[in-house]
Design a protein around this ligand. Structure first.
Ligand SMILES: *[C@@H]1O[C@H](CO)[C@@H](O)[C@H](O)[C@H]1NC(C)=O
Ligand SMILES: *[C@@H]1O[C@H](CO)[C@@H](O)[C@H](O)[C@H]1NC(C)=O
Ligand SMILES: *[C@@H]1O[C@H](CO)[C@@H](O)[C@H](O)[C@H]1NC(C)=O
Ligand SMILES: *[C@@H]1O[C@H](CO)[C@@H](O)[C@H](O)[C@H]1NC(C)=O
Ligand SMILES: *[C@@H]1O[C@H](CO)[C@@H](O)[C@H](O)[C@H]1NC(C)=O
Ligand SMILES: *[C@@H]1O[C@H](CO)[C@@H](O)[C@H](O)[C@H]1NC(C)=O
Ligand SMILES: *[C@@H]1O[C@H](CO)[C@@H](O)[C@H](O)[C@H]1NC(C)=O
Ligand SMILES: *[C@@H]1O[C@H](CO)[C@@H](O)[C@H](O)[C@H]1NC(C)=O
Ligand SMILES: *[C@@H]1O[C@H](CO)[C@@H](O)[C@H](O)[C@H]1NC(C)=O
Ligand SMILES: *[C@@H]1O[C@H](CO)[C@@H](O)[C@H](O)[C@H]1NC(C)=O
Ligand SMILES: CC(=O)N[C@H]1CO[C@H](CO)[C@@H](O)[C@@H]1O
Length: 857
């Protein structure tokens, strides 16, 4: 006991002898080091000639409050059952925001504690080396953290920073023992990009400081926005030091540029003092309409927020590290009590400053922080952050100590035993703590806390908006960003603007147009109207989409119209004319049928075929009816009916005429032997049925193999043509050609028999009607092949009508004329007389049988 008391006295005396180095310390079983910028800068660093002690100036309340958060957390843990029987101690050094002051502190951390003094042992194998300090919390500035981590990394002493956010510190090879309770700046850039996307800002100005912080931030930001179609309107650099002679001139230029730019949103990756310079110039130039996005470095800077007229620069939004409540910390700040045997020079200095009326005093004028994001539009309910210390950083320091304590608990096996004490060796090697700290996972206010593989925190950011409340600018929490979920939540209704500003290089392209980027930037573009047949239904479309094949559109269309269905409609004038003729034809035919029926017994009708004439009527009726299927909207059924109906019908007609002309030829055949031979062939019913059957066969094969169908033709710009596709034009041709060949044979027979007696001039009529038929269909073929459109069926209808009327005119009308008007000549003697005259002087031959009607013979 005496020895340990002696030890402790020695220890204290060494503290006393070099007190300005460790500003705050408390003894304990396990000592944790701390690095905080209690002062803002080192005095006279540039005129230093000897490696003597450095002195600091400008008390920094933020750093001070963070160090208090560390002390308070350690004391709370001592007072709790987290590490039963173990007392944590601390050694806190002031870095004065400078590496030159932080390095001696780092050396102290790695020094060994023996009875008389502290020294760094020079050995080869440090595996069993146990320095006085087992873990370090700090530092604030990334630059300092990097330097310190380089020293501590060799000894694998865990270092946990509470605000250093430079993305380079995620490098596990260069900084293997570095952890932080805040995310890497990369996450902040992700959050910024999401913010810009959320408000559709794609033309953003960026001003950064000309140093590692600014350049890295800009680089990360550009990487992040590259794939989001967000562009930077300008990227400007300001010298990093406020005192630099160029700062004012550059600021003037930059603010002018901002003023003249289309970008209404400007991101400032600057430290507080430079931001202040920019805003002073902004106010001088009366620029009040811009929206400023704060990097984490100044989003809750007291220096900037307390500027005069700061509310006039426009809207200010920014991200700050996730804030959290440390229970009881506010009371502790008010009392600033010290633990047993602890010393703290910073508290003394703070109390002196505060008592002498400096503005460095902690501002307790803020509401209790509520972790829940509340979108309630009631100014008394919003979360307002304190101004001269930062909740995010203090919470970060609290988390850092908790993380170290948790890893100690696991390492020292504090919960493996029934009894409440830890069984591990207290003089533990730091690298063992490092192993444990990677695996910690404890719960914080809202969810678990752990380090990711890069040693970064999975905690995110709060989005804050500067608002004037009760005549002073306040930091109001209006949203948050969670890196794990990559999710940005914003309470848009409580942001201080009336309407979210727009920040775009080009006007939005309206529906009906598309973007055509100029070569400079993908965010600047012209709008080009969509061409015919194309459309764009949303704003800012890259391409115009093609209309469906049954739709069309004009220039500049936002949508497509349905194409009009086109076919030979019943109400089409031409169709009306055709149907009229069709009906007339049917009526005429019916009248003629009646006349034929009445005069069936007369020689004229008998000569015209007698009962066989009904074949003609039936077939003509079929042809006339088939015409009706050519008009109206084509369906598969009507397409399949119309051609066969016409083809078969007309084949009956033509075969009937063929039989008739064959008869005539036979009747006036002079050579009886030939006539007798041909008599065997002269079987009218079989002939007609046979020829017709062949046509029926053709049609059936056609319908089975390649049936016609109704088809839509989309070639026309605004119309869809519905027409019958014949399925196989060869089959169609065979059907027509077959009738045509029959007609041609008729024509030949009739032509041969055309010299028959004047009265018996049937042959001339047949010749004539077949000529009409052949002429019509020969003319039809090229017209049908070339014409295209809804009148195509009309062409065929005309051809059918012409053929039908040809048959009526040449076969039925003359007979009827005789039956009705020439009754006196309509007797058998007249006919025989005429024939006798014909044969007079020729070979003696019996009278030909003029009756075609087989039943009458
Ligand atoms: C320590 O614990 C006691 C009782 O458990 C409590 O009254 C006291 O406020 C605690 N002190 C701190 C600093 O937490
Ligand atoms: C402490 O270190 C000094 C010098 O480094 C050495 O002389 C002394 O023996 C050490 N004391 C103990 C107790 O190890
Ligand atoms: C270093 O020391 C540790 C224990 O002190 C030992 O286990 C290890 O083998 C040593 N390494 C080398 C390379 O000597
Ligand atoms: C700033 O600009 C003014 C006028 O443009 C010029 O005279 C002056 O030299 C500049 N100062 C610096 C430090 O560049
Ligand atoms: C800004 O406005 C004030 C008063 O409204 C005016 O006096 C001053 O000239 C303006 N400054 C500039 C740069 O426009
Ligand atoms: C404080 O130090 C004194 C000796 O200086 C010691 O007796 C006492 O136990 C210490 N108190 C604590 C709580 O460690
Ligand atoms: C925060 O939200 C949780 C869950 O939504 C709720 O239980 C809690 O009461 C809220 N806290 C406050 C202070 O509103
Ligand atoms: C805002 O909240 C306060 C106190 O919570 C309440 O008195 C006031 O009526 C609320 N105002 C509105 C507009 O809801
Ligand atoms: C210790 O472990 C037991 C079970 O193993 C658990 O129930 C208890 O809550 C733990 N205590 C602490 C302080 O973690
Ligand atoms: C941390 O613990 C929580 C629950 O306690 C769990 O959901 C989460 O997955 C854990 N995270 C890791 C990285 O282990
Ligand atoms: C074991 C131990 O020393 N616990 C102390 C930790 O710190 C708190 C607050 O200062 C003290 O109350 C405990 O006694």
């Amino acid at each position: 006991i005496a020895f340990s008391i002696l030890c402790f006295w020695c220890f204290l005396s060494s503290v006393m002898s070099c007190d300005s180095l460790a500003g705050a310390r408390a003894p304990g079983d396990i000592i944790i080091g701390g690095l905080f910028p209690i002062h803002e800068k080192v005095k006279d660093l540039s005129s230093r000639t000897q490696p003597d002690e450095l002195t600091c100036e400008d008390f920094h309340t933020r750093g001070f409050v963070r160090s208090l958060a560390m002390i308070y957390t350690i004391e709370s843990i001592n007072n709790s059952t987290l590490l039963p029987g173990i007392k944590l101690g601390y050694e806190i050094y002031d870095t004065c925001a400078d590496v030159s002051k932080a390095i001696p502190a780092a050396l102290r951390f790695i020094s060994k504690l023996n009875a008389t003094n502290r020294h760094v042992e020079v050995i080869c194998n440090y595996s069993g080396y146990t320095p006085a300090v087992k873990a370090v919390v700090g530092a604030t500035y990334s630059e300092v953290s990097i330097a310190v981590s380089r020293v501590l990394s060799f000894f694998l002493i865990p270092q946990v920073s509470y605000v250093s956010s430079a993305s380079i510190l995620s490098d596990r090879v260069r900084f293997p023992s570095f952890f932080r309770t805040v995310p890497s700046d990369k996450q902040q850039m992700k959050a910024l990009a999401l913010l810009a996307s959320e408000f559709e800002w794609n033309w953003i100005g960026v001003v950064t400081s000309d140093d590692d912080y600014g350049r890295t931030a800009l680089e990360d930001f550009l990487t992040e926005v590259k794939n989001r179609n967000i562009c930077t309107a300008f990227q400007e650099y300001l010298p990093s030091y406020v005192g630099h002679e160029n700062v004012l001139n550059r600021t003037k230029k930059i603010v002018k540029k901002i003023k003249n730019s289309l970008a209404n949103v400007v991101i400032l990756f600057l430290k507080g003092p430079l931001t202040k310079v920019i805003f002073e110039e902004t106010l001088k130039q009366n620029m009040t309409h811009k929206t400023w996005i704060a990097g984490e470095s100044w989003s809750n800077s007291k220096q900037v927020v307390s500027m005069k007229d700061i509310e006039k620069v426009g809207t200010i939004l920014g991200f700050s590290f996730k804030n959290g409540e440390i229970e009881g910390f506010n009371d502790y700040l008010k009392s600033l009590s010290l633990g047993p045997n602890a010393t703290n020079l910073f508290i003394e200095k703070y109390k002196n400053l505060c008592n002498s009326g400096s503005d460095k005093c902690i501002d307790f004028n803020f509401r209790k922080f509520n972790n829940n994001l509340s979108c309630i539009e009631n100014k008394t309910d919003v979360n307002i952050l304190p101004k001269n210390f930062e909740l995010g950083g203090t919470y970060g320091a609290h988390l850092a100590i908790t993380a170290i304590a948790e890893s100690l608990k696991n390492l020292l096996k504090c919960n493996k035993t029934e009894k409440m004490y830890c069984e591990g060796n207290l003089n533990v090697e730091p690298w063992k703590i490092l192993q444990e700290i990677k695996n910690i996972n404890f719960s914080q206010n809202d969810g678990p806390f752990y380090f990711d593989d890069n040693g970064d925190s999975v905690n995110g950011y709060d989005l804050i908006n500067w608002q004037k409340i009760n005549n002073s600018m306040e930091f109001v929490v209006v949203g948050n960003y969670k890196p794990l979920e990559k999710k940005l939540s914003i309470c848009k209704n409580i942001i201080s603007w009336e309407k979210a500003p727009t920040s775009k290089c080009s006007e939005t392209c309206k529906p009906g147009t598309r973007k055509v980027s100029d070569s400079l930037s993908s965010c600047c573009y012209k709008c080009e109207p969509c061409t015919e047949g194309y459309f764009s239904d949303k704003e800012d479309m890259e391409i115009c989409k093609k209309c469906n094949k049954d739709q069309w559109s004009n220039n500049r269309s936002a949508k497509c119209e349905n194409k009009i269905l086109v076919f030979l409609a019943w109400n089409d004038p031409f169709a009306i004319v055709l149907v009229t003729f069709d009906v007339i034809g049917i009526l005429v035919m019916l009248v003629l049928a009646v006349v034929f029926a009445k005069g069936l017994k007369t020689p004229a009708v008998k000569a015209a075929g007698g009962h066989f004439s009904y074949f003609v009527f039936v077939s003509l009726l079929a042809s006339f009816i088939s015409i009706l299927f050519f008009i109206g909207k084509p369906t598969d059924l009507s397409c399949r009916i119309r051609q066969p109906l016409f083809g078969i019908g007309f084949t009956i007609c033509v075969s009937y005429i063929l039989v008739k002309s064959f008869r005539i030829l036979l009747a006036f055949q002079i050579n009886p032997k030939v006539r007798d031979k041909f008599k065997y062939i002269n079987q009218p019913v079989i002939t007609i049925l046979g020829f017709t059957f062949l046509q029926v066969l053709i049609c059936i094969l056609w319908l089975i193999l390649t049936p016609p169908f109704s088809d839509k033709i989309y070639h026309f710009p605004k119309e869809v043509l519905i027409e019958c596709s014949e399925g196989s034009s060869i089959a169609f041709g065979i059907m027509l050609g077959y009738t045509g060949i029959l007609a041609f044979i008729c024509f030949i027979f009739a032509f041969v028999g055309r010299k028959l007696p004047g009265r018996y001039n049937e042959a001339r009529y047949i010749t004539f009607s077949m000529l009409i038929y052949i002429f019509v269909w020969v003319a039809f073929t090229p017209v049908y092949a070339t014409i295209n459109g809804k009148y195509l069926p009309a062409v065929e209808v005309v051809a059918i009508l012409a053929s039908n009327f040809g048959i009526i005119g040449c076969h039925l009308l003359p007979t009827c004329y005789i039956v009705v008007f020439k009754k006196e000549s309509n007797n058998i003697s007249n006919y025989t007389e005429a024939i006798r005259e014909f044969y007079r002087g020729k070979a003696n031959s019996p009278f030909p049988n003029l009756q075609l009607d087989a039943t009458n013979t």
